[in-house]
Structure formats: C-alpha cells, structure tokens
Write a new protein. Structure first.
Length: 144
C-alpha cells in the first residue's frame, strides 16, 4: 500500500480532506512459501515445536509480518502467504506464543536464526535444529 509515494504499511499515513496524493493498493495471491523439517539436538524430528518467521529488525514493529506454526508428527512445517522481504527463521523447543515479538526475548537468539530472503511467489525449503534454550518467563512479571 502506497500513499503519496511512501509505504503506508511501514510508515503509516494520514489522509486529510483536500490533501494531494494517491493511495495505491496492490493485492497479490503470490505470497512466498517456506517449508521444511525441524530436528531436535539428537537429529530426530522435533514434534510440536514452534517455528517462527521474524522480519528484519527495521520491520519488526509490523506484527502482521511475523508468522508462526507448530511442527507436525514428522517435524514438518509450512508457512504460506509471506510478504516479500528479509527474514530470520527460528524454532524453539519451548517458547511462549508471541514472545519473539519482544526484542529482549530475541536478543540472545538472534545469531541462531537462519536468514532468508523471499520474493513474491518464492518457494523455499529450510531445515533447522530447534533451539534448546527455554524462553524467559513470559509475559515478563514487570509488564503485568
């Protein structure tokens, strides 16, 4: 979505009466897809673990860009309808849902994420080993 030449989704926009500018909305059914297998530290399929696609740091304020799924009985996952961009793919043996949207949670795991760049219509396969570290208590007690 573009308004006046700026990305309305990333930068936001305010439409005022009489203001010059064109709002352009582009829809596509060609979202990217990432699939693969998650293994545990012993090399066995990791069943029921979270797989999370996290956008690059400059786009992490956009919660719509985060994608999550739980692996099936074979350690398989598939994420569909992904917007083009740069991401990191993570998998944790234990993590509370949504914890990865907190920069402090991600900080100790940042280097363990697998970088992936996706274009419209891409189909990629990524195999990972689940991160053993448990997530810190979530939500943080001081945020309640």
């Amino acid at each position: 979505m573009q308004y006046g030449g700026l990305s309305a989704l990333e930068d936001g926009c305010t439409v005022k009466a009489g203001a010059a500018g064109t709002l352009e909305i582009t829809l596509s059914s060609r979202g990217a897809r990432v699939q693969g297998i998650i293994n545990d530290s012993d090399g066995l399929p990791a069943v029921g673990v979270r797989v999370v696609l996290v956008p690059e740091p400059s786009r992490r304020a956009q919660s719509r860009l985060f994608m999550e799924q739980t692996t099936d009985q074979y350690g398989h996952f598939e994420l569909r309808g992904i917007a083009p961009g740069d991401y990191k793919l993570f998998s944790w043996e234990e993590a509370e849902s949504g914890a990865w949207e907190d920069p402090e949670f991600l900080k100790p795991f940042e280097e363990k994420g697998e970088k992936i760049t996706l274009q419209e219509g891409d189909q990629k396969t990524m195999n990972l080993t689940a991160i053993r570290s448990k997530s810190p208590e979530w939500p943080k007690p001081n945020l309640l």
